[in-house]
Design a protein around this ligand. Structure first.
Ligand code: AMP
Ligand code: MG
Length: 493
């Protein structure tokens, strides 16, 4: 069956638009309409994202919204387009890529870009079908909102709609669309694209757009001889450093840190084969397609720097002097370790830095790694142990009791001089009880495939407030079942 997009724009759902990316002009994108999907249905919605957009409850629940966010009707005032970018994938220049299945509806007057991911083929689809399957759409939806709940910068997700439309992957699955939202979806790869093609005017226009729209403070810089683009590189390096510190501290593996998946705003972007660590395995590879382990958990901070280096090279024509570029990049090397230490200190409830911190943290991470201790459960139990003054539940997690006891002794000595209440309070606000473990996502996906969205809703509710206790839901904070380790997530989505 071939469907054609409904040309009448029935509603704007109360959204007002201001198409600032589109104002860059046709060198940056292709205007096109989403390709409709048959018999759409709701899979999940996020009322908090709806609120950000000023969409009211009635609008969000409407059939108009269901059709619009599946790409079947065009929202009045929207101006759909797919943008062009390039990038390095797995360390190799991949040439032109682009939004192969994401269609930008535009930017709202309140400054949110709205994208439909899985909305059909575009000129940048290459061999792809322009679609996204239900399972990967649910993972993106849940993880966007989970990351936000954890206080980690991320694109957001307004909703997922499902369809009976078939999609071929390893087997036949069904199509879904995630409506995702961010102040900007510009990637490092957008800059690499125009730099690689020698399109200096477009490169400058893009950089000016990003600076004026998102980094206005770069205009007045007194560093780098007043070069705003070097200031931009420094600001992006710092945001990326902060993001990496947060990922490492919470045990998040992205899985596909190609330069086209790196946000110019330092947001977590393009959820694919991501994973939250179960056992603390520093070399853990979450992407089944990543045979070399380029994007292993413990390599993420270095890969981010490598990616920033690519961005720096792309911006070079605008900065002129390579020395300036190097200096701007350098900030990553100081901000990442500082931020990482700050995050880890907070996990330990330490409000002030002291001399022994780094060693205390290093020793602990080695101990967790050697004993394959569950990362999330360890930190949460440690937080409760500080409150209760009973460390037995923590000791139970580690086979090397002597090693742990020694560590606990050093830790207790540090805590001895501190008031326990604020320590425990900080720890319980820093160490989540709930993270989106692979098996939890998988359970929600299996139920959703059978038309039951309760599991998804429960999980969403827990992950939106991951530091709360949520009595009655301890099963979602428990050790992963044996079958969790057999889940294989690849780039195929
Ligand atoms: P990813 O690794 O998912 O970020 O995708 C890399 C590139 O492939 C991006 O340019 C995507 O737009 C494109 N892509 C991924 N999956 C599809 C698909 N099913 N159809 C068309 N393009 C796709
Ligand atoms: Mg991508």
């Amino acid at each position: 069956m071939t469907l054609t997009a409904d040309s009448d724009t029935r509603t704007d759902l109360g959204l007002a638009w201001d198409h600032r990316f589109a104002a860059l002009g046709p060198d940056f994108f292709t205007e096109l309409r989403p390709t409709p999907l048959p018999t759409p249905h709701w899979v999940g919605t996020s009322p908090t994202v709806a609120q950000l957009l000023g969409l009211n409850e009635a609008h969000l629940r409407s059939d108009d919204a269901l059709q619009a966010f599946t790409g079947n009707h065009l929202l009045a005032g929207s101006r759909p387009l797919a943008s062009v970018y390039s990038g390095h994938q797995f360390g190799v220049w991949a040439g032109q890529l682009g939004d192969g299945r994401a269609i930008l509806l535009g930017e709202t007057a309140s400054g949110w870009e709205i994208q439909l991911k899985g909305a059909g083929r575009t000129p940048y689809s290459r061999m792809g079908d322009g679609r996204a399957v239900l399972r990967s759409s649910i993972r993106e939806f849940l993880c966007s909102e989970a990351m936000h709940g954890l206080g980690i910068a991320t694109s957001r997700a307004l909703c997922v709609t499902g369809s009976t439309g078939p999609v071929r992957r390893e087997e036949i699955e069904t199509a879904a669309v995630v409506t995702r939202v961010a102040p900007s979806f510009v990637r490092f790869g957008h800059f690499e694209h125009f730099a690689a093609n020698g399109q200096d005017l477009q490169l400058k226009a893009l950089a000016d757009y990003v600076v004026d729209r998102h980094y206005p403070e770069c205009r007045g810089t007194t560093e780098f001889g007043g070069n705003a683009y070097a200031a931009l590189l420094k600001a992006v390096s710092e945001r990326t450093a902060r993001l990496m510190a947060q990922w490492q501290a919470v045990g998040f593996c992205h899985g596909v840190m190609n330069t086209d998946n790196m946000s110019i705003l330092g947001l977590t972007l393009d959820y694919g084969p991501f994973q939250f660590l179960d056992a603390f395995v520093p070399g853990h590879i979450c992407n089944h397609s990543d045979t070399q382990g380029r994007y292993a958990y413990n390599r993420q901070p270095n890969v981010a720097y490598w990616n920033l280096f690519c961005l720096a090279q792309a911006l070079l024509p605008l900065m002129g002097d390579p020395e300036i570029a190097k200096e701007a990049l350098e900030s990553y090397k100081t901000v990442f370790p500082t931020e990482f230490m700050a995050r880890m200190r907070a996990k330990l409830g330490l409000t002030d830095a002291s001399d022994g911190d780094a060693e205390l943290i290093d020793t602990l991470l080695l101990l967790l790694a050697r004993n394959g201790v569950d990362y999330t459960i360890f930190w949460r139990r440690l937080s409760h142990a500080v409150v209760a003054g009973d460390f037995e539940p923590v000791r139970d997690l580690c086979a090397d009791r002597d090693g742990l006891d020694q560590w606990l002794l050093s830790y207790s000595e540090l805590l001895a001089h501190m008031d326990k209440a604020p320590v425990a309070d900080l720890m319980l606000k820093t160490n989540p009880k709930f993270v989106l473990r692979n098996h939890l996502g998988e359970q929600a996906i299996r139920a959703a495939k059978l038309g039951d969205f309760n599991e998804l809703q429960t999980l969403q509710r827990l992950l939106e407030r991951p530091f709360d206790e949520h009595p009655g839901h301890d099963a979602y904070a428990a050790f992963p079942p044996d079958w969790a380790s057999s889940i294989e997530i690849s780039c195929s989505s």
